[in-house]
Design a protein around this ligand. Sequence first.
Ligand SMILES: [Zn+2]
Length: 77
Amino acid sequence: MKKIFAAVVTILILTTAVVIAAPPQFDTPYIGNSYRLTLHKRTCPSVWQMWVEHQVPFNTREEAIAQGYHPCGNCRP
Ligand SMILES: [Zn+2]
């Protein structure tokens, strides 16, 4: 039982450490998260917590919404 508990704790620590901060990869006014299908302003702090691989550039919010993205509740693009 103790071994399972230790394994779960280790996994939790590892997954939290995986959260990497990276600046926006694009100069477009909007950046989408292809994993969660959320749309953010480039200045939103959430963009910094996004995996680089998940960042999608958008010039207009209409373009993103047409592709199924939902506006972020924090930055309200
Ligand atoms: Zn946002």
